[in-house]
Design a protein around this ligand. Structure first.
Ligand SMILES: Nc1ncnc2c1ncn2[C@@H]1O[C@H](COP(=O)(O)OP(=O)(O)OP(=O)(O)O)[C@@H](O)[C@H]1O
Length: 362
């Protein structure tokens, strides 16, 4: 049972917000809307709420912003509310209460036409089973989303061909889905979603059915496409390593609430509570945390000696540099030495015990 209040978020959306969600609830069951409205019911745990009302609160009082150009990961165990939350964004599931806006426009007051526009052009959903059309070629499958949008044939072909290349399927344009591997089929689905050029791509566990190697391939593909295109992405996963690899920020859900929202480094380096701490316990910290978390002030004479690292370098990279040179490493930004990482600091990060300031070993 989790009745802790959610992390307060600023009410006014930041300027670069695409989706802005405030106080969102989705309750399934009879007379669902009385649950968020009633303080006592709203604070009940899942079992008691079900017993008293027959309702399930899949999303409980959630507030967050998805910022332009970021990969926003929604992570949590099965049943924590990830799919319900993301489906609420485009009202594939109707929220019970709260507000949602996209680029400042109220999603909850959109009429059917505007909603269709939202789902087709602005925030397209990519599902685990991409729903490829078996009798169409790769090219025609990719062009399909554009066809629905009413784009003319010549332009469809041209755009589809461009995306065949982008996802690395050159030479396979005329194959049918059954003549492709699982990973290749997913690339077709990805290309189809990208070709319609939505402002936001919403991914619902797209890779969970893939074998680990293909999955890693596809994760790298998403990272590459994101780097090249800078498109805003919301990505659902129950896999922590996938979340850490893909997410600029991660919303970790438990029992319908967001228990922590932060960068991978914040989630792993400063877990908000015991649940999160337990969740990230087995993460190789040195691969997620940056040298900033291992750094101490430079002593006299240390500013110019030893290998230089960027502040974004991981602790893992620092360990390599220190082991290779046998010297402490400097963290340097714009020619300025921000601090020094030594053996004690690096070991501290790996062990999860930061070196107290002043106890640094020179
Ligand atoms: N249509 C529904 N009617 C009643 N309860 C539902 C409905 N859809 C989801 N739920 C319940 O809401 C909770 C959240 O479900 P949701 O599918 O959002 O979780 P999830 O984190 O996406 O899980 P998974 O990773 O297994 O897909 C669960 O307790 C689920 O049983």
């Amino acid at each position: 049972m989790n009745t802790a209040p959610h992390t307060p978020t600023e009410l006014r959306p930041p300027a670069d917000s695409v989706f802005s969600v405030r106080d969102l609830w989705k309750v399934f069951g009879p007379k669902a809307d009385r649950v968020p409205a009633d303080k006592e019911l709203a604070s009940l745990g899942a079992a008691e709420l079900r017993e008293r009302t027959g309702c399930t609160a899949a999303v409980r009082d959630v507030s967050f912003d998805v910022r332009k150009g970021e990969v926003f990961v929604v992570m949590g165990l099965s049943g924590s509310g990830k799919s319900t939350l993301v489906r609420c964004l485009t009202r594939l599931i109707e929220p019970t209460s709260g507000t949602i806006s996209i680029d400042g426009e109220d999603v909850l007051s959109m009429d059917t036409g505007r909603l269709r526009e939202l789902r087709r052009h602005r925030a397209a959903m990519v599902f685990q089973h991409f729903g490829l059309l078996p009798h169409r070629t790769v090219l025609d499958n990719i062009a399909y989303g554009l066809e629905i949008q009413g784009v003319g044939r010549a332009e469809r072909r041209e755009r589809a061909t461009e995306f065949v290349s982008k996802v690395g399927l050159d030479g396979m344009e005329h194959r049918r889905p059954s003549q492709l591997s699982g990973g290749q089929q997913q690339r077709v689905g990805l290309a189809r979603a990208l070709a319609v050029d939505p402002e936001v791509l919403l991914f619902d566990e797209p890779f969970s059915a893939l074998d680990p190697l293909i999955r890693r391939d596809m994760q790298e593909e998403v990272v590459r496409l994101h780097r090249e295109e800078g498109r805003t992405m919301v990505f659902i996963t129950h896999d922590l390593s996938e979340a850490l690899k893909l997410g600029d920020r991660i919303a970790l859900m438990q029992g319908g609430r967001i228990v922590q929202l932060g960068t991978p480094e914040e989630i792993v380096g400063a877990p908000a509570d015991d649940y999160v701490r337990d969740f990230v316990r087995d993460v190789p910290r040195e691969q997620v945390l940056t040298v900033r978390s291992a750094m101490r002030p430079a002593l006299a004479g240390e500013r110019d000696a030893g290998p230089a690292l960027d502040p974004g370098a991981t602790v893992h990279e620092a360990i390599e540099a220190v082991a290779r040179t046998g010297e402490n490493a400097r963290v340097v930004e714009g020619g300025r030495c921000l601090g020094v990482v030594d053996h004690a600091g690096l070991l501290g990060v790996v062990a999860g015990v930061p070196v107290a300031p002043g106890k640094a070993v020179a």
